[in-house]
Design a protein around this ligand. Structure first.
Ligand SMILES: Nc1ncnc2c1ncn2[C@@H]1O[C@H](COP(=O)(O)OP(=O)(O)OP(=O)(O)O)[C@@H](O)[C@H]1O
Ligand SMILES: [Mg+2]
Length: 301
């Protein structure tokens, strides 16, 4: 972000009386209800399996009794809606312009979770007008009050759109394959996100590994580099093996977690869902909504 952009954003913040986390409490403000825990699912390289992981995690967390929303923030390329065989009519773009309330764009997806079709450029909150941005922030916060977990399929790479979500999410799941370019790009995302948010809570999932040993080796390499160069502890989120069943479930547009319980992919993601859920149950400090945190961070608030 250039100095000019930062200045413009600061101006917008002043105009809309948006405030940084914790500073916006009015004297008579009611205590906020608990907001959904936000988990961003991201990768350096495209096509590594983010959307597959996101959709199936959403199903597994729903089965555990959590109210789960999956924000498809990577609209435009074949994504969560395609994997779930649903067709969004309205997106967050309609919410931004005030044509729809956020509840009206939510789609009930097979497997028991809610899919929220994003809008391209959603993460570039800075480009929105003040009124539109504020409307989106408020509508989104309402949604977060209704759910326990908010998964965000961010799309690949280190563009500002993706980084906004990574720095504002409570936790980040980075997906890589054993492919050397995917590993290098995964590290680049972690490094850039860590630079923006030194409290980054990230973990690494290795997808399409040939065997568990390969998954563990890939993890160890990335974790060692993160420890050495960033001083960052990167926990292992496990590995999902390269599996024709997974490929078939994608082709058939029926997420494997709906039917499979015993396949390696289902067991690995189920274990991850339980670990994530344990965290979600921990008490949390009062927080503002995800989009407000994104805006606050954009302006360095
Ligand atoms: N565990 C797996 N076993 C076999 N194939 C897999 C596995 N995971 C993903 N794939 C293959 O990888 C492809 C890409 O998966 P997916 O769409 O989830 O990736 P993505 O990271 O969301 O991609 P994009 O960056 O384009 O959004 C799938 O269509 C499927 O063919
Ligand atoms: Mg995807």
């Amino acid at each position: 972000m250039t100095v000019d952009q930062a200045e413009m954003l600061r101006g917008l913040m002043r105009d809309s009386s948006l405030q940084a986390d914790g500073l916006s409490a009015e004297p008579h403000e009611q205590p906020r209800p608990k907001l959904a825990q936000a988990l961003a699912i991201s990768s350096g390289k495209g096509g590594v399996g983010k959307s597959t992981v996101a959709v199936n995690l959403a199903i597994l967390l729903s089965r555990m009794g959590r109210k789960v929303a999956l924000l498809d923030a990577d609209m435009g390329t074949a994504n969560a809606d395609v994997l779930c065989n649903v067709m969004p009519v309205h997106t967050l773009a309609h919410v931004v312009t005030g044509r729809r309330q956020i509840e009206e764009i939510v789609i009930q997806a097979p497997g028991g979770f809610s899919l929220i079709p994003g809008a391209s450029g959603l993460a570039q909150m800075a480009a929105l007008g003040t009124a539109q941005r504020e409307r989106l922030i408020q509508q989104f916060a309402r949604l977060e009050q209704a759910y326990d977990v908010l998964l965000i399929d961010t799309g690949a790479g280190i563009g500002p759109g993706v980084l906004g979500f990574l720095s504002a999410a409570d936790r980040v799941l980075i997906v890589t394959t054993p492919d050397p370019t995917a590993i290098t790009d995964a590290y680049a995302v972690i490094k850039t996100a860590h630079r923006q948010n030194t409290h980054l809570d990230a973990r690494l999932l290795v997808n399409q590994a040939n065997d568990p040993e390969e998954g563990r080796q890939v993890y160890t390499r990335v974790a060692n580099v993160c420890r050495k160069f960033l001083g960052l502890d990167l926990p292992y989120a496990g590995c999902v093996l390269s599996d024709p069943h997974v490929r078939a479930s994608i082709r058939n547009r029926r997420p494997f977690a709906i039917d499979d319980r015993q396949t390696q992919a289902a067991v690995a993601l189920s274990a991850l869902a339980h670990r994530l859920d344990k965290h979600a149950a921990e008490p949390e400090p009062a927080r503002t909504g995800l989009l407000r945190r994104m805006t606050s961070r954009l302006v360095g608030g």
